[in-house]
Write a protein that binds this ligand. Structure first.
Ligand code: GAP
Length: 496
C-alpha cells in the first residue's frame, strides 16, 4: 500500500497547489474540488498521454468532444432517467439524507437508556455494549426516525432556455459515453471506418452523489476518459467471439497503461462483476481496482455493453445505427467494449503511489516519484547565488530556452538545499543549478566554464553538463526515455 494516508495527500495538495476545496472562502462546496497551478499541469499530463497512447498512436481510434447538455430523450433511451438511482432514506428529525444501504453500516449515535444521559458513537453494524440495542434511529443525530427508502436520481436537472417548465428540463451528463453513442453514425459517415474501431472522449460528468467523499475519489463534478470500441459480434478473433477477445485485450491494455506510468503492480488488481453487480446493459464488466488508503476501490471499469446502447438510441430516435458488413452483405449493430476511467481517480492514484518519505543525511525529505511524463514541472532552474546578476541572468535565459520544449520553472526564493526539497516535494525530475563556475568572476579575471549541474530527483546524483548540450541531454531523458544512469555515465559527477 502507498506510504501516504489520505490526510497527508490532502495537506500536500493544498500546501503545494495541486487541489483546493471549491469556493473555500465561502466555507466550501460539498465535494467539488479546484485544481491549482500544479494540479492543472498534472491533470493535463494525464489526459494528454491517455489521448496520445489510446487515440493518436492507434490506427483504429478517433476522438470526439460532445456537448455536456444533450437532448433529454438521450437519458430516457440510455436508461438513466429510470435506472440511475440510489435508494435513500431521510431523518425526520435532523433532515439528513443517507443511502439506504449505508445507514446500517455507518458509525451511529446512541443515547443509551442504561447509562442515563450518555451519548455514544458505536461502530457501524454493532450493538450498544451497555444496553445491547441495535441502531433503529438516524445514525447521525441518534434521535429521528428514518423514512422508508425512496429512489433518488443521481442526475443534475436543469432547464434549457428562459422558462423553468417541465418541457425545458434537461440534465448535466452523468457520463460522457452517451455523447459517443448518439454520434456513432456521424463519425462513421465522416471517417468511413470499418469495424472494429473506437471513439474516445475526455470530458466532465456530473452526479449528485448522496455520499461523496474520500477527497477527489468521489465528487459531484468529475472528468472521465472514455472509449467506446465497436466490434462486429459475428467476427471471431483468436478463435473466440470478437467482443470477448477485444474485451480481454482492453483489460490488459488499461492495466498496463496504469503500471507503465507509475502505479505499483502490487497496488492494482482486477475485479470481475458477478450476479447483481452486473449493470443491466452489460454482458461482462471488469473493474481495475487500486489499493487506496481506504482499501481496494474502483479506479476504472471495462464493460462489454453489447449492442444495448445503439439499439436503444435507434429505437428512441427512429434512426438506424448500424454498420454495413460488405463481406457478409448485412447490416449489423456493433457490440461495444467500454474502457471508462476517471481523471480525478487516476490523478489521486498516481499521487498516492508516487509519494515517499525518505531520510537524507538525518533530514526527512518528501518526494513525489512521478513518471517524468506526469510530472507537472519537468525542469527547475535554480541559481546558487541570487546576488550575482550574471548567475540570475543565465538562469532566466536557460529557463526561457528550455521551457520551449519542457515546462521549466525558475526559482531563487530560498537557499539551494531548500529549493531542491521544494522540487522533490512536487515531483520535478530534474534541477539545473547555475553557479559561480558557470559564469566565472570578471573581478578576478576568471572566465566561466559554461557548464551547469543537473540533479536527478530519485538518486539525487549530480552531473556537470555544458549549457550547449542541455537540449540534447533533456531530449534523451525526457523525450526518448533514456535512463538517467545511461545519460549520467557520459558526464563527470558533481559534488552534492
Ligand atoms: N460510462 C460508464 C461509466 O460511467 P462508471 O463506473 O459509473 O461507468 C467510470 O464510471 C469511471 O468514472 C469510474 O471508474 C471512476 O473512475 C469515474 N467516476 C465515476 N463516478 C465518479 C465520481 N462520483 N467521482 C469521481 N470519479 C468518478
Amino acid at each position: 500500500m502507498s506510504a501516504a494516508s489520505m490526510d497527508v495527500i490532502v495537506s500536500l495538495c493544498k500546501r503545494r497547489g495541486f487541489v483546493f476545496q471549491s469556493s473555500e472562502i465561502y466555507g466550501g462546496t460539498g465535494s467539488c474540488w479546484d485544481y491549482g497551478p500544479l494540479g492543472v499541469e498534472l491533470r493535463n499530463n494525464i489526459k494528454r498521454i491517455w489521448w496520445r497512447d489510446f487515440v493518436q498512436q492507434r490506427n483504429d481510434m478517433v476522438g470526439l468532444d460532445a456537448s455536456i447538455l444533450m437532448h433529454p430523450t438521450v437519458w430516457k433511451a440510455s436508461g438513466h432517467v429510470d435506472n440511475f438511482t440510489d435508494p435513500m432514506v431521510d431523518c425526520r428529525e435532523c433532515k439528513r439524507r443517507f443511502r439506504a444501504d449505508q445507514a446500517g453500516t455507518m458509525d451511529w449515535t446512541h443515547y443509551c437508556p442504561a447509562t442515563k444521559g450518555n451519548k455514544f458513537t458505536i461502530k457501524g453494524g454493532e450493538r450498544c455494549p451497555h444496553c445491547g440495542a441495535r441502531r433503529t434511529l438516524c445514525p447521525e443525530c441518534g434521535k429521528g426516525e428514518l423514512t422508508a427508502p425512496r429512489q433518488f436520481n443521481l442526475m443534475f436537472k436543469t432547464f434549457m432556455g428562459p422558462v423553468e417548465e417541465d418541457a425545458a428540463v434537461t440534465y448535466l451528463r452523468p457520463e460522457t459515453a452517451q455523447g459517443i453513442f448518439v454520434n456513432f453514425d456521424n463519425v462513421l459517415q465522416a471517417t468511413r471506418r470499418k469495424l472494429p474501431f473506437g471513439i474516445a472522449q475526455i470530458g466532465k460528468a456530473f452526479r449528485n452523489e448522496i455520499t461523496p467523499g474520500n477527497f477527489i475519489f468521489r465528487s459531484r463534478e468529475f472528468e472521465q476518459m472514455e472509449i467506446e470500441y465497436f466490434v462486429n459480434p459475428h467476427d471471431r478473433v483468436d478463435g473466440r467471439p470478437a467482443d470477448e477477445a477485444w474485451h480481454d485485450r482492453w483489460i490488459a491494455d488499461c492495466q498496463s497503461w496504469f503500471t507503465r506510468y507509475g502505479l505499483d503492480h502490487a497496488n492494482v488488481k482486477l475485479h470481475e462483476h458477478l450476479g447483481d453487480e452486473l449493470a443491466h446493459y452489460s454482458k461482462r464488466t471488469v473493474d481495475l481496482l487500486y489499493r487506496f488508503p481506504m482499501g481496494w476501490n474502483e479506479l476504472m471499469g471495462i464493460a462489454n455493453r453489447t449492442d444495448f446502447d445503439l439499439k436503444q438510441h435507434a429505437k428512441f430516435s427512429g434512426k438506424s445505427l448500424t454498420w454495413f458488413d460488405e463481406e457478409r452483405k448485412e447490416h449489423v449493430v456493433p457490440f461495444v467494449i467500454e474502457p471508462s476511467a476517471g481523471v480525478d481517480r487516476a490523478l489521486l492514484a498516481f499521487l498516492l503511489d508516487a509519494y515517499r518519505e525518505e531520510e537524507v543525511r538525518g533530514d526527512k525529505r518528501v518526494v513525489l516519484r512521478f513518471h517524468p511524463e506526469l510530472a507537472p514541472i519537468k525542469i527547475a532552474v535554480l541559481p546558487l547565488l541570487k546576488k550575482r546578476p550574471e548567475i540570475v541572468a543565465a538562469g532566466h535565459d536557460l529557463r526561457h530556452r528550455l521551457t520551449r520544449r519542457w515546462l521549466t520553472l525558475y526559482d531563487d526564493t530560498a537557499a539551494i538545499g531548500r529549493l531542491y526539497r521544494r522540487q522533490d516535494e512536487v515531483g520535478t525530475p530534474y534541477c539545473v543549478t547555475v553557479d559561480v563556475k558557470t559564469v566565472g568572476d570578471p573581478e578576478k579575471g576568471e572566465a566561466g566554464d559554461g557548464k551547469v549541474t543537473i540533479r536527478e530527483r530519485d538518486t539525487m546524483q549530480q552531473i556537470r553538463v555544458p549549457i550547449a548540450e542541455l537540449e540534447h541531454v533533456f531530449g534523451r531523458l525526457l523525450d526518448a526515455g533514456t535512463p538517467w544512469s545511461e545519460v549520467a555515465a557520459g558526464y563527470p559527477r558533481a559534488e552534492g
